[in-house]
Design a protein around this ligand. Structure first.
Ligand code: ADP
Ligand code: MG
Length: 474
C-alpha cells in the first residue's frame, strides 16, 4: 500500500501551514516502516537493532532517526539501510533523505530537566569490552548485568546468571531460565556472555537462537557441511541458546541439539537456555531433551512489581540520556502490566512524542500518548474459549470437562478451567458453574481456591496456567 505522504499531496487535505499536523502524519511513516521491517527481519534483530530507533523528526524531504550510540549507526547502515530506504520510498512515493544521529549527541535537544542528565552512561561492569567485540559475539552491548534491574521478580535468575558467569560449567549446568515474553530473558542471558568476555576475551562464547540453530542445521544438511557445523557448536566454552521452545516439532534439529548438548556437557562446557515456559511444559520437544534441560538449575522470572518497573524505566531513560519525572514513570509503569518490552516501548514512544512536539515529558503528554490504549476495551474472553484451550492442553474432551466425572483426569482440567474463568472473566461463581454444565457455585469456589493455593508452590502448574492465559488472551 502506497501512502501519498508528500507535502504537495497533503496540502489539499491538511493546510500546510499546520506543520504540527504534517509532522505527526509524517512521523507515522516511521511506525509504518517499522511494521514492515518486522515482517522482513527476525525478532531478535528487530529487538536489538530496530526497536531502539526513535524517529526524531520528519520533513518533506528528510527523516532523522536517533539511535543509542555511534556503533548502532554503522551497524544499521551496513545491514538495514537499503531495506529502510526501499520501504520509505514505497511509503512516500518520493523517498526521503535518511539521517542518523546518536542519542548521546542529541541529549541537549530533548526537553526536560537537563541538570541531572548523565554525560556518559555506563551499562557495563568491570573491564568492559568494546561494542564491536560484543557484537562480533552476537551480544547486544546494552544487555549487561549492570543495566539489568534486579527485583523480587528476577533476583533468583539474576543470582544464578551471575554465578554462572563467574564459574562456567560449575553446579548450574545447564542454566535454564524461563519467563514470559518480554521479561528480560535475552537481556539476562546476554549479560552472562558479556561478563564472561569482559573477564577473558579468549573465551569462546556463542549466542544463538533456536530458530537460527534450526536454520543452520538445515543448511548444514543441505550443503553437506555437518562436520563444520558440529565443530562450531561443540567447541565453545559457553553456548547461549535463546527461546528453545521454537525447537518444538523440529525433530531433526532436536536430534542435532541433543548431540550438541551431550558433547558440551560431557566436556564440561556451559550451556544456558531460555524458554517461555517451564522445561517440562514444552510440548513437541523430546523427553530426553526436556529432562536434560532440568539437569542443572531451572530459574524463572515474573513480571516485576510496580517499583521495579519504575526502576527499569528510569534505567532505560538514563541510558538514553533522558530524565523522566517520577509521576510520568509511575504512570507508564502502571500502564504496562504484562511485559517489560511494552514498558520500554512506551518510553520510546513518549520520548519521540516529546521531541517531535518540543514539549517536556509531563504527565499530561504521557496521558495523551496513551489515550488510544486507555480507551481500548480489553479483549473479552468467554468460558467456552477457556474450556476449549484447557481441553487441548490436558488432552481431554470439552464434554468431559463439563461433565460430572470425578476421575482426576477430568476434575483437574475442570478445576484449572474454573480458576481461569474466574480470573479472566467478570462472571460470578454461579454463572461460571452454569457454563460448566450446571455445577453448583460452591464447586467453582472450591476449585478456584484449590488452584490458587497450589499455584503458590507448584511451579510447573504455575507455568502451565500462565501459558494457558497467554494462549487464551491471544
Ligand atoms: P525476553 O527475551 O524475555 O522476551 P528481553 O530480554 O528482550 O525479553 O527484554 C525486553 C526489554 O526489556 C529489553 O529492552 C530489556 O533490556 C528490558 N528488560 C527486561 N528486564 C529488564 C530488567 N530487569 N532490567 C532492565 N531492563 C530489562
Ligand atoms: Mg528474548
Amino acid at each position: 500500500m502506497k501512502l501519498p505522504l508528500s507535502r504537495a499531496s497533503l496540502s489539499h487535505v491538511y493546510p500546510v501551514r499546520n506543520t504540527y499536523v504534517l509532522c505527526l502524519l509524517m512521523s507515522n511513516i516511521w511506525s509504518q516502516c517499522l511494521q514492515l521491517l518486522h515482517t522482513r527481519v527476525n525478532d531478535h534483530s528487530v529487538a536489538t537493532w530496530l526497536d531502539p530507533i526513535i524517529c526524531e523528526s520528519v520533513t518533506h524531504d528528510r527523516i532523522v532517526l536517533s539511535v543509542p550510540n555511534n556503533f548502532f549507526i554503522g551497524w544499521i547502515q551496513d545491514n538495514y539501510l537499503d531495506m529502510i530506504k526501499e520501504i520509505i520510498t514505497d511509503l512516500t512515493s518520493t523517498g526521503l533523505q535518511i539521517d542518523f544521529r546518536s542519542r548521546n549527541e542529541l541529549s541537549a535537544d530533548v526537553p526536560g530537566d537537563k541538570s541531572s542528565r548523565p554525560s556518559e552512561v555506563s551499562h557495563r561492569s568491570g573491564s568492559a569490552i568494546s561494542d564491536s567485540f560484543a557484537l562480533k559475539h552476537r551480544l547486544n552491548p546494552l544487555y549487561t548485568f549492570e543495566s539489568f534491574v534486579v527485583g523480587k521478580c528476577n533476583d533468583f535468575s539474576h543470582a544464578a546468571a551471575v554465578a554462572v558467569s563467574e564459574k562456567l560449567a560449575g553446579s548450574y549446568n545447564p542454566l535454564f531460565i524461563y519467563a514470559d515474553v518480554g521479561l528480560g530473558k535475552t537481556h539476562l542471558m546476554s549479560s552472562i556472555g558479556y561478563a564472561v568476555l569482559s573477564k577473558d576475551k579468549t573465551k569462546k562464547v556463542y549466542f544463538t537462537t533456536s530458530e537460527e540453530f534450526t536454520n543452520e542445521t538445515i543448511n548444514a544438511i543441505q550443503h553437506d557441511k555437518m562436520a563444520y557445523f558440529r565443530n562450531k557448536y561443540r567447541h565453545v566454552d559457553l553456548l547461549l541458546i535463546d527461546d528453545i521452545q521454537f525447537l518444538a516439532r523440529k525433530e531433526r534439529t532436536q536430534e542435532e541439539f541433543f548431540h550438541t548438548f551431550n558433547s558440551l556437557y560431557e566436556n564440561r562446557k556451559q550451556i544456558v537456555i531460555t524458554c517461555d515456559r517451564f522445561h517440562n511444559e514444552i510440548s513437541g520437544i523430546e523427553e530426553r531433551l526436556k529432562s536434560r534441560f532440568g539437569w542443572g538449575l531451572v530459574a524463572d522470572m515474573t513480571m516485576p512489581e510496580l517499583e521495579t518497573r519504575v526502576a527499569i524505566l528510569k534505567r532505560k531513560a538514563y541510558e538514553d540520556s533522558v530524565t523522566i519525572p517520577d509521576d510520568v514513570a509511575f504512570f507508564l509503569a502502571e500502564q504496562a502490566d504484562s511485559n517489560i518490552r511494552e514498558l520500554v516501548g512506551s518510553l520510546i514512544r513518549l520520548v519521540a512524542m516529546s521531541t517531535l512536539q518540543g514539549m517536556p515529558m509531563t504527565l499530561e503528554l504521557a496521558e495523551k500518548c496513551f489515550k488510544e490504549k486507555l480507551n481500548r476495551p480489553p479483549k473479552t474472553v468467554t468460558v467456552d474459549e477457556i474450556i476449549s484451550h484447557v481441553s487441548k492442553t490436558f488432552d481431554v474432551k470439552v464434554a468431559d470437562i463439563k461433565s460430572r466425572k470425578k476421575h482426576k483426569l477430568y476434575s483437574r482440567p475442570r478445576q484449572v478451567a474454573m480458576y481461569l474463568a474466574r480470573d479472566l472473566t467478570e462472571l460470578s461463581y454461579p454463572e461460571i458453574g452454569q457454563a460448566f454444565g450446571g455445577k453448583d457455585h460452591s464447586t467453582v469456589i472450591y476449585a478456584t481456591r484449590k488452584i490458587e493455593k497450589e499455584l503458590e508452590k507448584n511451579r510447573p502448574l504455575k507455568s502451565q496456567v500462565e501459558g494457558l492465559k497467554k494462549d487464551i488472551k491471544g
